[in-house]
Design a protein around this ligand. Structure first.
Ligand SMILES: *Cc1c(COP(=O)(O)O)cnc(C)c1O
Length: 245
């Protein structure tokens, strides 16, 4: 997963997967418009949900390098049918087969049309996000140097979200409450997967101390192209004030 939009080390993950005979699937939901997701993995999956860098309201996209994998995905998204409506039309054939378990995951034309319009702005929006992230780094260093901002070295990113790490032993719920009072919505990315009941019931003994500590201290600050630098400064001040309280 290209967390927060920062491209992860593709080669390292490729080695990890190869050594273990695993397929590598990139979760590129945060990485629309940066680098070339899908280069390292067997496939890359994008989300165009309403809160992503570009959206079709709901929906997404899968890319795959291998022609056979690609064809398999194509078939699975359309009920496992060998031919879609358009293909039957052009092949002058009424007949089709179902050769695998399938789903209805097709993107409709209306969403695709929205996506094409969104795509035109993606580069510009990502640039704005990059500028805002830079501003966050400066103002956070100035107003609350005790807050850590991950991925500090220059790192290719779509700047999807603005995660920060609060100082150890901070009561995050209190900080969230103060921020809400100040009119700033915050969130958390993410509750660790291995802590969810569904996974717990299957893998009860998994313990991931780094993940758990990161999650305990993580706070996501607002980041979207309609923010301005003065908003970022104001949010950094609000966070400093919340930490003081
Ligand atoms: C949004 C998101 C998803 C899910 O995308 P959907 O379009 O809702 O299926 C998966 N992974 C990450 C990292 C996301 O941000």
């Amino acid at each position: 997963m290209h967390y927060a939009g920062y491209l992860c080390d593709g080669e390292a993950w490729q080695d990890f997967a190869n050594e273990r005979g695993l397929r590598l699937i990139e979760d590129a939901a945060h990485a629309a418009g940066v680098g070339r997701p899908g280069v390292y993995g067997d496939a890359a999956v994008f989300s165009f949900f309403g809160n992503k860098n570009m959206t079709t309201a709901e929906g997404g996209m899968v890319i795959a390098r291998d022609e056979e994998v690609h064809e398999r995905i194509r078939q699975m998204r359309g009920h496992g049918m060998t031919l879609g409506t358009m293909e039957r039309l052009s092949a002058h054939s009424l007949d089709y087969d179902v050769t695998t378990l399938g789903y209805n995951y097709r993107m409709d034309e209306l969403r695709a049309a929205i996506g094409l319009v969104q795509l035109r702005s993606l580069k510009r929006w990502n640039k704005k996000r990059e500028m805002l992230t830079g501003a966050y780094r400066r103002y956070l260093r100035e107003y609350c140097p005790e807050v850590a901002v991950p991925f500090s070295t220059p790192h290719p990113s779509a700047h999807h979200i603005m995660p920060v790490l609060l100082p150890d032993r901070t009561d995050r719920d209190l900080v969230v409450g103060c921020m809400r009072e100040a009119g700033v919505q915050t969130s958390m990315h993410y509750p660790p997967i291995h802590r969810f009941s569904w996974y717990r019931s299957r893998f009860p003994s998994v313990s991931l101390p780094n993940t758990e500590e990161f999650c305990r201290r993580e706070l996501t600050l607002p980041l979207h192209p309609k923010l301005e630098e003065r908003d970022v400064e104001w949010i950094a001040c609000a966070l400093a004030e919340a930490l003081r309280r």
